[in-house]
Design a binder for this molecule. Structure first.
Ligand code: FAD
Length: 284
């Protein structure tokens, strides 16, 4: 199908982009990689009057270091996240999850910020960002604000972004020396997960000292699995102990039921995949 007619602007600075979005009002929409937005427009599930294309805003691309965090520009493509040495060193979980997103063609166009702003509960990167305790830096007409990942995802395809705001960068605390693994269960390769688990743990003296676990497709937003995080802390980093703690992985979740899996099966998957993810992370 062909999208409804819209106006198009391609600003070259973030300030210009924010101004253009404010001028467009409720009917304006930001275009990033277009990998989720264009299908929505073509199916006429949305008909914005103006698209503000961020692809020429160079300041929104790239990864830099800022003290105890790395900062990823919202327009950094999946491909560039995968190749980045700072991400590899300090946020390996993000690189691993990004490597499972779609296929190379989509990874060359799709962006980290676009995936987070789209807020598909079945997407890989919101769950990984949740496990990494990321913070979203948002620009709007009133300036910048920072929103923790736990407050950013509000509901299905809904975030804390206002209609006149742009997600400009994502701050990810360095997890140097932590172990990480992303475990994804999908029907076919290069597709969204039926359930996925993003796990990262710090081991001290053979025991798990800290754990962060994010779940994809286990509710209307990515889920921070605090029950299993607490159960893991203090346990020896062995397959048996991890499997026992992973029994808590589905606590407090409200997974969807669809043609791929009912809610009960998704909860079973969350437990099994968490056990696999944490065991793989620590090499147990
Ligand atoms: P766009 O499509 O341009 O935008 C998406 C939405 O976010 C729009 O509403 C847009 O207005 C908004 N937006 C984008 N950037 C910003 C910003 N900086 N500030 C404010 N709002 C913004 N994803 C997975 O996680 N796992 C998969 O396995 C997977 N498989 C895929 C397979 C196919 C065939 C396709 C087409 C997509 C797949 N995706 C998958 C989605 C892919 O990761 C997209 O890249 C991502 O969802 C959207 O990123 P984008 O840059 O293309 O954003």
């Amino acid at each position: 199908m062909i999208p409804a007619a819209f106006d198009y602007v391609a600003p070259t600075t973030l300030d210009e982009a924010v101004r253009a979005l404010a001028e467009a009002g409720e009917d304006g929409k930001v275009l990033a990689g277009g990998q989720s937005l264009l299908p929505v427009l073509r199916m006429r599930l949305a008909a914005p009057s103006k698209l503000i294309d961020l692809n020429k805003v160079a300041e929104l691309r790239g990864v830099r270091e800022d003290g105890d965090a790395i900062v990823i520009g919202a327009m950094t493509t999946h491909y560039d996240v995968l190749r980045d040495s700072l991400v590899a060193e300090h946020a390996a979980l993000l690189a691993e999850a990004t490597g499972t997103v779609a296929d190379p063609q989509i990874r060359h166009r799709g962006t980290f910020g676009g995936s987070l702003a789209h807020a598909d509960p079945a997407a890989d990167l919101p769950a990984a960002a949740t496990a990494m305790d990321a913070e979203m830096v948002i620009a709007g007409p009133g300036g910048r604000r920072t929103v923790p990942v736990g407050e950013f995802f509000v509901d299905f395809f809904t975030t804390a972004l206002g209609p006149d705001e742009v997600l400009c960068e994502i701050r990810v605390p360095k997890r140097t020396g932590w172990h990480a693994h992303y475990e994804k269960f999908n029907r076919v390769a290069q597709a969204w997960p039926i359930v996925a688990v993003a796990a990262t743990v710090r081991v001290d003296g053979g025991s798990i000292a800290e754990a962060r676990v994010g779940l994809a497709n286990m509710g209307p937003t990515p889920v921070r699995a605090t029950g299993v995080e607490q159960a893991l802390v203090g346990q020896p980093a062995t397959a048996e102990a991890i499997k026992a703690a992973a029994e808590h992985a589905a606590e407090g979740t409200n997974p969807p039921a669809d043609g791929n899996a009912d809610a009960e099966f998704r909860q079973h998957l969350a437990r099994v995949l968490t056990s696999r993810a944490v065991s793989a992370a620590v090499g147990a």
